[in-house]
Ligand binder design. Sequence first.
Ligand code: FAQ
Length: 320
Amino acid sequence: MYSQALNTASAPADTSDAAARFQVRIDAEERIEPNDSMPEQYRRTLIRQISQHAHSEIVGMLPEGNWITRAPSLRRKAALLAKVQDEGGHGLYLYAAAETLGQSREELVEQLLSGRAKYSSIFNYPTLSWADIGTIGWLVDGAAIMNQIPLCRCSYGPYARAMIRICKEESFHQRQGYEIMLTLCRGTAEQKSMAQDALNRWWWPCLMMFGPPDTQSQHSDTSMRWKIKRFTNDALRQKFVDATVPQGLHLGLTFPDPALRFDGGHWVFGEIDWDEFRRVLAGDGPCNRERLAARRQAHEDGAWVREAARAWAAKQKVAA
Ligand code: FAQ
């Protein structure tokens, strides 16, 4: 199947002419829209990436949601509540973007709950102290922004447009996280050591968020050719390290990497433990089971809402 057509059950076969015409549009920086002709592999790549991204936002609500009732002040609680709610909203825009490619949200959610779909490795780590909430905002949202700003220029229109609003909100999240870290680092010795402990635990997993090294990334070449991705995994990881190390030094914190050094242009960092990354992706991270169990429970608990919405829609149809 070559051209994707939302309103028809089947589409014409792939031809090299069609593929070449598509590439010309991409190279000319034209935006691809839902009813445009597109290679089947382009459509599948987008569904894969956008749905994994949506699942990450939804599962990503869990580690921080865990601290809403324990935030140290009303101001912190209100900000955290708003942030976690934003992440839920991001998941919804992204599921909607994936639906424009002809995949139903129900099917995507089923893939997540059955454990067949991936979501970001970072959300399989526990949030042990309040400093983890600061660190997530500073580093996890910081890494997400670094990865997602280029996605605002993704060749697929609905994804690119969703990313514009998401990035604005992520930027607020990053600032609230850094402000928590500043407060802790200017506080008591105990508060500063909480901040240091959180950085020690989150730093390496955050570097893994950018995906495997370029030499092992299966999808980067095609995604870059189609301008879905604008930078490789390693390029974005380096940009993140270069932007973040000075922020950590300003906080007076030490990065848990004895090999970290400035070479005059970039911050050179040590070896990432890719075995740990593979273990987390295989479902064996510290919280994989807990995260999926929580999502399944939430889905079950929400069954009555879906039923009520269906009943309401049916009544509206009869009334119309
Ligand atoms: N975790 O060939 P590549 C957030 C998988 S949102 C798990 O390099 P690609 C907001 C990859 O899917 C965070 N799996 O793949 C927030 C592929 O598997 P597959 C999520 C990973 O797609 C903040 C395989 O490895 N952001 O944080 C990971 O070209 C705070 C081979 O990899 C996005 O999803 C990983 N870290 O590049 C929420 C952004 N890395 O599908 C709450 C959009 C790789 O073959 C609180 N996505 N894999 O089975 C992307 O930019 C890309 O998909 C990459 C991976 C860069 C993640």
